[in-house]
Design a protein around this ligand. Structure first.
Ligand code: PMP
Length: 389
């Protein structure tokens, strides 16, 4: 089983296989039902099997999907997407987030004629040789021109840029620090502006990896509210509400290079996910989900804080509330986290012990309360385990 979606490292309570989903509910292969707080690790933003998205996909399925070339729906989607994304003058579509982040590096390098890319240590940008978090089967040359820096630390970014010298092609960065197993940060306007200024000074590309956070913080771009526009932005996960589609958008600086870099895949032109994406964008615009996600996120965070306190447990909840992460203090081996998560999963709340979770437009306050019902005994179990030592 693959990568972070493998349950190999998770407690036995976690099912590996699922057979059905609807709204925010998930059924495993044994028929157990869960309120899902992972949303397929992000793609599901409007809810599983959203009626309008699925109707658009079904209608397109009646016409065509994979063809000898793209369908005209690709042009419609590109125009629509560029209209939605503040910094975008063009868009190209691919399948996975990794396709988009990898394409971004190639375009930045092609456009600048330089090689070095600054990458925050510990940030996940996908599973290609240049970015996979584990190096089994990877030759070190694949990462030869990456220079690490510490997320959120402009001095460390400057130092990395000095090391890259006049060979700096770009900086790739996520909208906030959402690395696994560590506390998340809030989106930081000072850092965002600092990255932009550094890229401007050195004529390097600012690449924003929106694959995980995109649309969950804001509609047009996660750093737009700070007045910061990236040169390239990678999108994936919830772009087509669960259908396989990712995208790279860019401003005029990258257009020519994007035309020159050889980018393609047998299934990149699939029309069904593009129809699903158009319907997803319509729905996100018709009913912006962020306020709802924040309301639910605050309710969940307050509930978990109260339950932890009730049981005398010290926890940290970090990052934007709509992408919850809960870590226990003094839990380097995640013994408390895993116990808590296993107890909750057994009671029908699919939570995670070290990866940020995701709320969706399909969750309701009642669903959050259902999760809280499952986690109260989970906190009690952790407290009891601690008391027994
Ligand atoms: N970037 C970020 C920030 C991600 O969270 C992910 C997926 N977890 C990726 C890139 C890679 O996306 P994919 O798994 O679709 O290749």
């Amino acid at each position: 089983m693959y990568g972070h979606q493998s349950v190999r490292q998770l407690p036995d309570a976690y099912p590996q296989f699922f057979s059905r989903a609807e709204g925010c509910r998930l059924w495993d292969a044994d028929g157990n039902e869960y309120v899902d707080l992972m949303c397929a690790y992000g793609p599901m933003l409007l809810g599983y099997r959203h009626p309008k998205v699925e109707a658009a996909a079904a209608e397109q399925a009646g016409r065509a999907d994979t063809l000898t070339g793209p369908s005209e729906i690709m042009v419609q989607l590109a125009e629509r997407f560029v209209g939605v994304i503040d910094a975008a003058a063009w868009a190209l579509f691919c399948k996975n987030g990794t396709d988009a982040t990898s394409a971004a590096l190639a375009i930045a390098r092609a456009a600048t004629g330089r090689r070095k890319v600054l990458v925050a240590e510990g940030t996940y940008h996908g599973a290609a040789p240049w970015c996979t978090p584990f190096d089994t089967g990877i030759v070190e040359e694949a990462r030869a021109h990456l220079v690490p820096f510490e997320y959120g630390d402009l001095e460390s970014l400057e130092e990395a840029a000095r090391r890259a010298g006049d060979d700096l092609a770009g900086v790739i960065v996520s909208p906030f620090k959402h690395d696994a197993v560590t506390d998340q940060t809030e989106p930081d306007p000072g850092f965002a502006r600092g990255v932009r200024a550094l890229c401007d000074e050195r004529e390097a590309f600012l690449i924003l990896d929106e694959v995980r956070a995109g649309f969950r913080l804001a509609f047009g771009g996660s750093w737009t509210a700070f007045g910061v526009e990236p040169d390239l932005a990678a999108w994936g996960k919830c772009l087509a509400n669960g259908h396989a589609l990712s995208a790279l958008t860019g401003n005029e600086r990258g257009r020519k290079a994007a035309q020159r870099v050889f980018l393609t895949g047998s299934f990149w032109f699939q029309a069904i996910p593009m129809a699903a994406a158009l319907a997803t964008l319509d729905e996100l615009e018709r009913q912006p989900p962020v306020p709802h996600l924040e309301t639910l996120g605050r309710r969940l965070r307050a509930g978990w804080a109260a339950q932890a306190e009730e049981h005398g447990l010290a926890i940290r909840q970090t990052g934007p509330v709509q992408m919850p992460l809960l870590l226990f203090d003094d839990d380097a081996k995640l013994e408390k986290g895993y116990r808590w998560a296993a107890e909750a999963v057994e009671r029908g709340a699919y939570v995670h012990a070290w990866h940020n979770m995701f709320l969706s437009a399909a969750h309701t306050e009642a669903d959050v309360d259902r999760v809280l019902e499952a986690t109260r005994p989970a906190f009690a179990a952790v407290a009891e385990q601690g008391a027994r030592g």
